[in-house]
Design a binder for this molecule. Structure first.
Ligand SMILES: Cc1cc2nc3c(=O)[nH]c(=O)nc-3n(C[C@H](O)[C@H](O)[C@H](O)COP(=O)(O)O)c2cc1C
Length: 382
């Protein structure tokens, strides 16, 4: 299978599956417990229909949006994801460059394999730095200072990962950092020698956001120990309020789902929230962000930028979220499978496909700007 044969999410996923060793494919593709939430994230979009207007003069479409003070040339962005070097040797560099080319926002993960400084330089465009809350408050402050001096404008604190989700696919293969593969995991790596050669002949895997701070036994950094030993499960609203004050710029919470929490986010001075269940990778059985969107927009949409992610596979999914009042929509696996399939060229093809689908969808809906997409254009089926 080749990149030119990829027209949609499923094609990119199939190509990624061909290239990646099973344990890595399943790390991306998998989710928590029975993966109910993961499946429902996409299914949620099928519960409602778009109602188009016609004869509106749609020759020129402007799909740009402004979120947290940054202009995005399209209403989707690349949500922060970990470990991209494992998926393709270009890793975050490919995603940052592609996002920059399309004028949209790129999120660097604190578990990213390229430094936030380099990602900042490559993307050039809007960027958020995603981080977690550490027990060591000095470390939290250091990370914010580092992001500030790199020129990052917006901080994104992920609040839905206070403990790791139960990813059973990873348990079965032994996927962990560092690798702790079991026999079947090793066999699956052996079946993809091209990936192995590529991995070994390119730059060494590292986690530059954390390398300075975390010295684990023998220098090897285990991500599960990072979550259990370094992150602070006692994190609360007062702690985050203090961080928001210290940052002094746009601050966003990723993983808000309840109306009460959305209101709290406004009260402590956040400029944005992302409704998210982490792609179904954390709390299985939790509601999809799309299903929860209208309630949250009604409660706080006039005071804070509401974004959402989870399950986006099509331009029409984006149109539905925008119609309910999302300011922009995050992509996860939608760009990760193309990254794994073909590096930067893959991510660019995926973003171009999305851009075209949104533009076509807006024209067919009779809209020339994102503001014209409203609930008037959407009907829910019983
Ligand atoms: C492989 C993978 C790694 C991820 N790593 C992170 C991360 O480091 N930090 C974070 O806040 N979210 C992370 N996420 C969640 C995404 O940012 C996003 O919320 C989610 O993927 C959206 O769902 P989707 O994949 O269905 O689009 C990760 C998701 C995946 C699939």
């Amino acid at each position: 299978m080749q990149l030119k044969d990829c027209y949609n999410f499923h094609d990119f996923r199939r190509m990624a599956k061909q290239r990646l060793p099973g344990p890595i494919f399943n790390y991306i593709d998998g989710a928590a417990d029975d993966e109910v939430t993961y499946r429902r994230n996409t299914a949620a979009f099928e519960k409602c229909d778009l109602v188009p207007d016609v004869l509106r003069g749609v020759a020129d479409v402007d799909m740009s949006v402004t979120v947290m003070g940054q202009k995005l040339s399209m209403p989707v962005y690349c949500s922060p994801t970990a470990l991209q070097r494992l998926f393709h040797h270009q890793g975050e560099r490919a995603v940052a460059a592609a996002a920059g080319k399309f004028g949209t926002m790129f999120g660097v993960s604190s578990l990213g394999t390229t430094s936030l400084e380099e990602a900042r330089r490559i993307s050039g465009g809007p960027q958020v730095y995603q981080f977690y809350f550490h027990k060591d408050r000095g470390l939290n402050r250091d990370m914010m200072a580092r992001a500030k001096s790199a020129g990052v404008e917006t901080m994104m604190l992920t609040v839905d990962s206070i403990t790791g989700g139960n990813r059973e696919r990873d348990k079965r293969t032994g996927f962990a950092i560092p690798f702790k593969l079991n026999l079947s995991g090793i066999a699956q790596f052996a079946m993809k020698p091209a990936w192995g050669i590529n991995y070994l002949t390119h730059e060494r895997f590292s986690l530059p956001q954390l390398d300075d701070h975390i010295k684990m036994d023998g220098g090897a950094l285990s991500i599960s120990r990072y979550f259990t030993e370094m992150l602070d499960p006692s994190m609360n609203w007062e702690d985050v309020e203090q961080m928001v004050r210290e940052w002094g710029g746009p601050f966003c919470l990723k993983g808000i789902m309840s109306v009460d929490d959305a209101r709290r986010a406004v009260e402590i001075g956040c400029s944005g929230i992302v409704l998210s269940n982490h792609g179904g990778r954390q709390l299985d059985g939790s509601r999809s962000a799309f299903d929860q969107l209208a309630e949250i927009v009604d409660a706080v949409g006039d005071r804070i930028d509401v974004m959402m992610d989870g399950g986006i596979q099509r331009g029409t999914h984006v149109l539905k979220a925008l119609s309910l009042g999302a300011k922009a929509v995050g992509l996860g696996r939608y760009y990760l499978f193309p990254l794994a399939a073909a590096g930067q060229a893959g991510v660019e093809r995926a973003l171009e496909t999305m851009r075209i689908e949104i533009e076509r969808g807006m024209k067919l809906m009779g809209c020339t700007t994102v503001e014209q997409l409203t609930r008037r254009n959407l009907r829910f089926r019983d």
